[in-house]
Design a protein around this ligand. Structure first.
Ligand code: ATP
Ligand code: MG
Length: 285
């Protein structure tokens, strides 16, 4: 029987969300004692826990069939992998930043300057495209301190809120690329593995569709039913069931949380009572 091998980050910003995603898909992973390989009892999947830097290579080589990793690492390592799905978490950008007090006046500023980064490949490609000649200082971490210790005049690094830049007296001047967590796969998976991947993707879609959606139940006086139903969208249209109490009905539907707050006052005005809002675990359209 075929088994799908998935690489996820062992420890770091992606690991909890990656395991969380599998859990939401009802795939429980037993991390084992050494915590390098995990198996699941309820899905034919094996989980390899790796450093995120290594995931593109493992997937390109087929040691892992798929991996969950930041797009930034995929672009930097530039291995032969297929992008299967964007996951929407670990959103960040890769940007150039310079000291706050510098006289930055456009990309030409970087000509002849040193740029510290952990992403030399992405940076070199960008500089080549723009015809800028800089010296790249490759370092593996704490890039943001490079200007203050005199290693470089500027940096190229991950930015999300920008707080780290500010506390190091730097300013973001060019966004080079955006990134989020993605699923990558070995090109040319076997039919069996592709089927397992499709099964996993279907579960992910089902979970994502349900996010933010709520199941709403309410009691409505029959004479206001039409107006109330008009207010409520639904997957097709709301379900209306008669209550034992004459002249009243129970209305059930699915709405997005955001829409719900906009309509609740109007529903009450129309005489709706006993409004229940219930979380949805899975939604198959
Ligand atoms: P490893 O030990 O596995 O090599 P790491 O230190 O390289 O880990 P982390 O800091 O855990 O990496 O970040 C993992 C990924 O999370 C990054 O490659 C990036 O895609 C994303 N990421 C990093 N920093 C942020 C941030 N501030 N906001 C959102 N996403 C981020
Ligand atoms: Mg890393």
């Amino acid at each position: 029987m075929s088994i799908l091998k998935i690489a996820i980050q062992k420890e770091g910003r992606l690991s909890e969300k990656s395991l969380g995603l599998l859990n939401e898909c009802d795939i429980t992973v037993d991390q084992g004692k050494r915590k390098l390989i995990g198996t699941s009892v309820n899905y034919p999947i094996e989980v390899l826990f790796l450093r995120d830097d290594d995931i593109p290579q493992y997937v390109a080589d087929g040691v892992a069939d798929i991996g969950i990793v930041g797009e930034n690492e995929v672009l930097e390592k530039d291995k032969n992998t297929t992008l299967v799905k964007r996951l929407g978490f670990a959103r960040c950008r890769l940007s150039l930043a310079v000291p706050q007090d510098s006289d930055y006046n456009g990309l030409n500023w970087f000509n002849g300057k040193r740029i510290a980064t952990s992403y030399p490949h992405i940076l070199q490609k960008f500089l080549d495209e723009k015809g800028i000649k800089s010296k790249i200082e490759e370092i593996s971490g704490s890039v943001e301190i490079a200007p203050s210790i005199g290693l470089a005049e500027s940096i190229f690094d991950i930015v999300s809120s920008g707080g780290t830049l500010v506390s190091n007296r730097l300013k973001e001047v060019e966004v080079v690329t955006q990134s989020e967590a993605v699923i990558i796969a070995t090109p040319g998976l076997s039919k069996e593995k592709q089927a397992l991947l499709d099964g996993l993707l279907f579960r992910i879609k089902t979970v994502q569709q349900s996010k933010g959606n709520k199941y709403i139940l309410l009691n409505a006086p029959n004479e206001k039913l039409d107006e109330i139903v008009k207010l409520l969208p639904g997957m097709k249209s709301p379900t209306v069931l008669p209550l034992h109490l004459k002249g009243w009905s129970s209305v059930h539907t699915v709405v997005h949380e955001k829409e719900f707050w906009g309509m609740v006052d109007k529903l009450k005005e129309l005489g709706a009572e006993g409004i229940l809002v219930i979380p949805i675990e899975k939604m198959i359209l």
